[in-house]
Design a protein around this ligand. Structure first.
Ligand code: PLP
Length: 418
């Protein structure tokens, strides 16, 4: 099997005669048709991931349960719509994500509003839309909810706790530790659940430990903390399931991850609970790749080869934020032997490095360069730094490609000018 079809590329990708295709669409042709940089997503991979999560929960948990998409991972309306149609619920963490979730067709009852700094306006929007769940993060959420709820109406809520559990991931995406800015102290949550204010219908507890977690042990520890807070009908156990970014990564996979978390919940919380899992990254990351065009190649005095592309930290800030590692290939020479190279972006910062230890064949300006596993937190975190236009999102399936988000125009860059 050619390198480019390693497990990190979409399942619906192939390499023939060195040419990469995503969802049956030739990557070089896609670059020609939609321009670069472009986020390309294999639609079948998105559906397969949704099915895998629902199946895993149904197989391992015989009580009520729900898979909800943490929309922050890829808040493109078409992605949200696909997951709504695939039977998932939705986690939103702002008024904007709520707006998109409603636009995409999620039933309000299946939307969960998160956030450690919800504004009264965001809570009002949520209440007006009739969303099913507000995940209370702090006492100020409770006070604001009482102001925005109509007289006599109660809001169904989960209480997010800070379980004080460390997990093995980058500090910036660790969220369940004792000093985390997210969630209530467990004792505070216990007290609220035992004697809730009249406007809250407390149904249970929530935690989210962090992202890109390989080891299920911290989930068991956090569920143990929940178990000490009193019996509740609903437990939302967050997301965080790891994906493979490089061929060396060996995440447990969807079924094993869900099985481990559900087993801990059964052991520690007892049977018959409504269990909610809230994956983001693991639903979308491996479905996506980014296409770039090589713009320049330099050979530096020390011997380093620097390949510069037409995007960078504006379409993928993860290497700068978390030292995230990626694979790379040239779209029409995916199976060629590579030599060391550094892939850099076009932005005015020396830290704008996409891949530090890449291996690439001789690259020339005009080549289409591909980085896999950009379906999560790429489109979501894209910026206009240096006045770049944010890239399109292109869905590919069965040899057909369609843009579901267009590339920004230069006019868009001034669209908010007054
Ligand atoms: N749930 C909550 C509350 C989150 O904050 C996040 C991510 O930040 C997620 C779920 C999804 O995490 P991941 O994308 O790692 O699955």
């Amino acid at each position: 099997m050619a390198a480019a079809t390693s497990a990190v590329y979409p399942g619906a990708s192939t390499v023939r005669d060195g040419r990469l295709a995503i969802g049956g669409c030739d990557a070089v042709e896609l670059a020609r048709e939609f321009g670069t940089p472009a986020y390309v997503m294999a639609e079948d991979d998105l559906r397969a991931a949704a099915r895998a999560f629902r199946a895993a929960l149904a197989i391992h948990h015989d009580g009520p349960g729900e898979v909800i998409f943490a929309s922050k991972a890829c808040p493109a309306t078409a992605v949200l719509r696909l997951f709504a149609e695939a039977g998932l619920g939705c986690d939103v963490a702002s008024g904007g994500e709520l707006h998109l979730a409603l636009k995409a067709g999620f039933e309000p009852a299946r939307i969960h509003l998160h956030g450690n700094a919800k504004s009264a306006e965001e809570l009002r929007l949520a209440v007006q839309a009739g969303i099913g769940w507000v995940v209370v993060d702090n006492a100020d959420d409770i006070a604001k909810l009482s102001l925005v709820l109509p007289e006599g109406r109660r809001q169904r809520v989960l209480l997010r706790i800070r379980p004080g559990v460390d997990a093995d991931t980058h500090a910036a995406i660790l969220t369940g530790h004792a000093e985390s800015k997210f969630g209530l102290d467990p004792r505070e949550a216990k007290a609220i659940a035992a004697d809730p204010p009249a406007h809250l219908d407390v149904q249970g507890f929530h935690f989210h430990l962090g992202s890109q977690l390989n080891d299920p042990t911290p989930y068991r520890a956090a569920i143990g903390v929940l178990a000490g807070l009193g019996d509740q009908p609903v437990y939302s156990l967050g997301g965080g399931y790891a994906v493979a970014y490089t061929a060396d990564d060996r995440p447990s996979g969807i079924d094993a991850s869900v099985a481990a978390v559900v087993e801990a919940a059964h052991d520690l919380l007892g049977p018959g609970k409504r269990l909610i899992v809230e994956p983001g990254r693991s639903l979308v990351a491996n479905a996506g790749v980014t296409l770039y065009t090589v713009e320049s190649v330099k050979h530096l005095p020390g011997g380093a080869r620097v390949v510069a592309v037409d995007g960078g930290m504006s379409d993928n800030p993860r290497p700068m934020l978390y030292d995230a590692a990626y694979e790379v290939c040239l779209a029409d020479r995916c199976d060629a032997e590579g030599e060391p190279a550094t892939v850099v972006g076009k932005h005015c910062e020396s830290g704008d490095v996409l891949i530090r230890r890449a291996r690439l064949p001789a690259a020339r300006p005009g080549d289409v360069l591909v980085t896999p596993v950009t379906g999560a937190y790429g489109h979501a975190m894209a910026s206009n730094y240096n006045g770049v236009r944010r890239p399109p999102v292109v869905f590919c399936a069965d040899g057909d490609a369609r843009a579901v988000v267009r590339r920004e125009t230069y006019e868009d860059l001034g669209a908010r000018d007054l």
